[in-house]
Unconditional design. Structure first.
Length: 214
């Protein structure tokens, strides 16, 4: 069974909830190696999306919802997270435009486009201690799950699991991008806040599809 507009709405609602739940944690992670505003900014952005979801027509597609979320984040969130996540969701919406129900391959295309949008915007690579260290394992895991014949929901669950592992793997890294790069070796031992928030957002996507991260 594919994932429709109702899934995308549930994903955005779940994202708002998980960001609110972990707002202080994300602020603390960002305070350690950045500006300290990551959790606050994301919470403000996803909270702004919520009332707009109630206004969407019953036939809204996943692309419609993702585009709505993207433009809202870009217009309401300061710092780096708004443009990065906004670009990710906008590119994702383009990748699945015109599709009412997303199959496993479409989910992979969505995640890949989101990751590539962040790379394009932030110029980061795996190992730079950024959200890309969560997104790329997620895309790889999703691709493998889809190739193995898994359902869209299980593809998302695989992505969420891999993103969590990728976020944890940022702790021993020396940052090469963003404000954290100014700290040099002092950033070692701290988890990247963008990678952590990525894992939470992908957990929300999997939960909305009926599959929590294993």
């Amino acid at each position: 069974m594919g994932l429709d507009g109702a899934w995308a709405i549930a994903w955005m609602r779940g994202s708002a909830a998980v960001v609110a739940e972990h707002r202080v944690e994300l602020i603390t992670l960002d305070r350690d190696i950045g500006d300290g505003d990551h959790g606050e900014n994301l919470d403000r952005g996803f909270s702004a999306i919520l009332p707009k979801l109630d206004e969407q027509p019953a036939d809204a597609t996943p692309a419609d919802i993702l585009k709505l979320a993207a433009t809202t984040l870009i217009s309401t969130v300061g710092g780096a997270s708004g443009p990065l996540y906004g670009t990710a969701l906008l590119k994702a919406s383009i990748a699945v435009a015109g599709q009412e129900d997303l199959d496993a391959d479409a989910v992979v295309a969505l995640l890949t486009a989101a990751r590539d949008g962040i790379v394009l915007r932030g110029k980061a690579e795996v190992g730079d201690k950024t959200m890309i260290d969560a997104w790329t394992p997620a895309v790889d895991a999703a691709s493998s799950a889809a190739a193995g014949g898994e359902s869209p929901a299980r593809v998302l669950a695989a992505a969420a699991d891999a993103a969590w592992g990728g976020a944890a793997a940022t702790e021993p890294l020396v940052a090469r991008k963003g404000r954290a790069s100014y700290l040099g070796e002092r950033a070692v031992g701290h988890r990247d806040p963008g990678a952590q928030s990525t894992s939470y957002l992908l957990q929300a996507a999997a939960a909305a599809a009926g599959e929590g991260a294993a």
